[in-house]
Design a protein around this ligand. Sequence first.
Ligand code: GLP
Length: 256
Amino acid sequence: MEIIIQPDPAAAAEIAARLIARLIREKPGAVLGLATGGTPLRLYCELVKMKLDWRKITTFNLDEYAGLPSQHPQSYHSFMREKFFRHINIAGNNTHIPNGMAKDIPAICERYEKKIRAAGGIDLQLLGIGTDGHIGFNEPSSSLASRTRIKTLTPRTRRDNARFFGGEKNVPHHAVTMGIGTILEARHCLLLAFGRKKARAIAAAAEGPVTARNPASVLQMHPKVTVCLDAAAASCLEMKKYYRWVYENKPDWQNI
Ligand code: GLP
């Protein structure tokens, strides 16, 4: 796990954007796993500014609320359309987001997994983290081998996301999410976290035991993970001095 600590979210998002841009330039038909929430917004703005060629890129989003129509302003379909897809030259057919309105959820989950496999697997999976350590909507106690399925959100996650819904009572209780096993199959995972409220979840994920109590901790088992943090999100890391030193003294050939 490479942990990159930057002074602020803008600097951390810029590094993440450079990483994705390099992949797109090197592999114009790359498959990206995308994330939603407040955290990736800066990164998406950076990527838009870079004017990359997205025509051959395929994307799979991590998750979607169950029971929210795709036109609902807080659906992740709307989020992706408004914040990212309509600003780049990606082909609509190449973007995939789980259908939270499907009648047969297990069937669409299985199809989602098949589509990921048919596309050749995910080259780079972007991730945020919940204050309880969730990735996608894989809440604590999720099976570390789980596949795409429906999950029940914890009260804490519903509280955290209430700001987008004008109150907790409007936040859905369920979501369709890629599983942890699905996420672990991505060839590279890029986790972003900003702000003091993520600091404990990040410390547990990077330096704590691998446990379903903090689903992001499973990334310790993945061969290629980059974590981009601002100083506040890094504040509880015991080894932060070391991570900073490693990044600042990276040999040129390793630099992003
Ligand atoms: C939601 C999403 C996650 C995201 C997390 C953090 O629950 N399903 O993918 O990482 O929230 O959100 P934010 O970036 O807004 O803090």
